[in-house]
Design a protein around this ligand. Structure first.
Ligand code: ADP
Length: 275
């Protein structure tokens, strides 16, 4: 890429990147588990930065399933293949839940498929489960290579050449449930969407003096319930981390009745977690 290329990073970023070289390296990028708004932006960043530093970047379609199945599920990406996806929800390379990757046999197949393309750098964009799987894969890597060599699927040279698997995990999860990250990819958009819905039902709640129970996303993590309850001024919130005490039903009815009695009724929205 020459100095006048408009694609080239500018200023201090450019200086930082001067010393990075991806020449001769291959990076695989995949999105796994539940989709989250922002995954496409993360895929785009991996592809473009990888290409900028001279590496080959491969899309791995359908999460770990694509890695286990191989073939056309692992395809080289180019600069244009990630054009116009920054603002698009979901993930253009697909996401899936893959039972086979939970088994050593499945991971052995995945390792073989990566080695066929010389991929020893993985960027996994996913949640808790996906990154747990990635870490296990990294730990097992040398054992998997030895097993492939014993099976005659790769030679001894390949075992040495591809001895290390580098993994970068990007937390794509609307739940904001990963330690070490201020906010995970997708959380902010999910909150935004919840508040849009609350705004839409507020007028009906006010007009009919109704109480609405709102169930939000989050599975075992109450972050979205808590923050959306704060943002919309909910009168009651249930959180998985803080289950209600005995007798909560009565307390809640009293509280909501009080709210309904004021001359201009307040909205009693309950941000609620259900598994
Ligand atoms: P998320 O990444 O959103 O938490 P899941 O928990 O469903 O979603 O995990 C996504 C995929 O990651 C699973 O379908 C499986 O292929 C892989 N995975 C999850 N946990 C493990 C594990 N302990 N070992 C190996 N693979 C795992």
């Amino acid at each position: 890429m020459d100095a006048d290329d408009s694609r080239a990073p500018k200023g201090s970023l450019r200086k930082f990147l001067e010393h990075l070289s991806g020449a001769g390296k291959a990076i695989g990028v995949l999105t796994s588990g539940g989709d989250a708004q922002g995954m496409n932006a993360a895929v785009r960043a991996v592809v473009r930065m990888g290409i900028y530093v001279g590496a080959k970047v491969y899309f791995i379609y359908e999460g770990y399933q694509g890695m286990v199945d191989g073939g056309s599920n692992i395809a080289e990406a180019d600069w244009e293949s990630v054009s116009s996806i920054l603002q698009v929800g979901g993930t253009i390379i697909g996401s899936a839940r893959c039972q086979a990757f939970r088994t050593r046999e499945g991971r052995l197949k995945a390792a073989c498929n990566l080695l066929q393309r010389g991929i020893t750098n993985l960027c996994v964009i996913g949640g808790d489960g996906s990154l747990t799987g990635a870490n296990l894969f990294r730990k097992e890597w040398s054992g998997l290579l030895e097993e492939l060599a014993r099976n005659g699927q790769i030679d001894k040279e390949a075992v040495q050449k591809y001895a290390y698997l580098n993994v970068v995990g990007m937390v794509g999860s609307i739940d904001n449930d990963f330690c070490g990250t201020d906010m995970t990819i997708g959380t902010d958009s999910a909150l935004h969407r919840i508040i849009e819905v609350v705004d839409a039902i507020m007028t009906t709640a006010q007009s009919h003096q109704r109480t609405f129970v709102l169930e939000v996303m989050g599975r075992h993590c109450g972050y979205l319930a808590l923050v959306s309850a704060l943002a919309c001024g909910a009168d009651w919130v249930f959180l998985p981390e803080s289950p209600p005490e005995e007798g909560w039903e009565e307390q809640m009815c009293v509280k909501l009745s009080e709210v309904m009695r004021v001359p201009w009724p307040l909205i009693a929205v309950v941000a609620m977690f259900l598994s």
